[in-house]
Design a protein around this ligand. Structure first.
Ligand code: SF4
Length: 97
């Protein structure tokens, strides 16, 4: 499953602040005018706004990318001598389930 995220290249960003005006739902500015992006997945309703904000960034520092979301890890459990279920740590040489 993929999700879209907004991120900032901090090397390229010059603190113009335009991104926070175009996408205030996800971006706020710190005291020096640099963007702080919440790390949440981009809601479909905000996708067009995020694309527009990225296109408007004068230094191309604002990016909208896709991330592969890993499936939830399955937890191994074992039933102990008294019937109590307990977690079993994966051994280093054991392949992932
Ligand atoms: S518009 Fe671009 S350069 Fe300006 S603060 Fe946002 S990410 Fe940085």
């Amino acid at each position: 499953m993929t999700s879209r995220h907004v991120r900032v290249n901090p090397i390229a960003c010059e603190a113009h602040g335009m991104c926070a005006e175009l996408l205030p739902e996800m971006i706020e500015l710190d005291e020096w005018g640099y963007p702080i992006v919440d790390g949440k997945a981009l809601a479909p309703a905000l996708a067009a706004h995020a694309e527009r904000a990225a296109a408007a960034c004068p230094t191309f520092a604002l990016l909208v990318d896709r991330r592969q979301t890993p499936p939830p890890a399955r937890e191994r459990t074992d039933t102990g001598a008294q019937g109590v279920r307990r977690r079993v740590p994966r051994r280093p040489h054991e392949p992932r389930a």
